[in-house]
Design a protein around this ligand. Structure first.
Ligand code: NI
Length: 173
């Protein structure tokens, strides 16, 4: 396993990759699993609770997440070619952040419940409902697969302010 570099929006080349639409995975192979292992290690090291493959520069439809709370056992989750089959009409606000937009937290509204279909670590088809933080996180990560960042849900002013802040912080580092 290896920790990979996480692409961030302050870098123009990184941003161009983050804006790409990710392609479906043809089959879940050992190579896919090795990538997911790297993604998980990278996410834990960051630390974060969700990561899409495109965030480490691989525009494939793969996501890893771990929503375990502090003190709980790690509970890694893997999603290949995830789809939202249904979503609730009810929206819920949540203050989101993103490893590709470091240290920026803004409130985004999303459907409060979704029904998912995806392939797991072993390539097995899974269907399940997600609500609460799970619903927020999976929708945020699935946006990455479409080249959409959480700041794209904000007003233009707020989005530009967020990017400026990340750029300033990167320059100061
Ligand atoms: Ni993100």
């Amino acid at each position: 396993m290896a920790i990979r570099r996480i692409l961030t929006v302050d870098n123009a080349a990184d941003l161009a990759v983050l804006k790409q639409k990710s392609v479906p995975v043809e089959a879940v192979t050992d190579e896919t699993r090795a990538l997911m292992d790297d993604m998980l290690e990278t996410m834990y090291a960051a630390p974060g609770i969700g990561l899409a493959a495109v965030q480490i520069g691989v525009p494939e439809r793969i996501i890893v997440m771990d929503l375990a709370r502090e003190g709980e056992e790690p509970a890694p989750r893997y999603y290949v070619n995830p789809e939202i089959v249904r979503k609730n009409d009810q929206l819920a606000p949540y203050e989101e952040g993103c490893l590709s937009v470091p240290d920026i937290y803004e409130t985004v509204e999303r459907p409060d419940q979704v029904h998912l279909r995806y392939l797991d670590y072993n390539g097995k088809l899974v269907e399940e409902d997600a609500d609460g933080l799970y619903a927020v996180c999976i929708q945020h990560e699935m946006d990455h697969l479409e080249g959409v960042l959480f700041i794209d849900h904000l007003s233009r002013l707020k989005r530009e302010r967020a990017i400026t802040k990340v750029k300033k912080a990167a320059r100061a580092a």
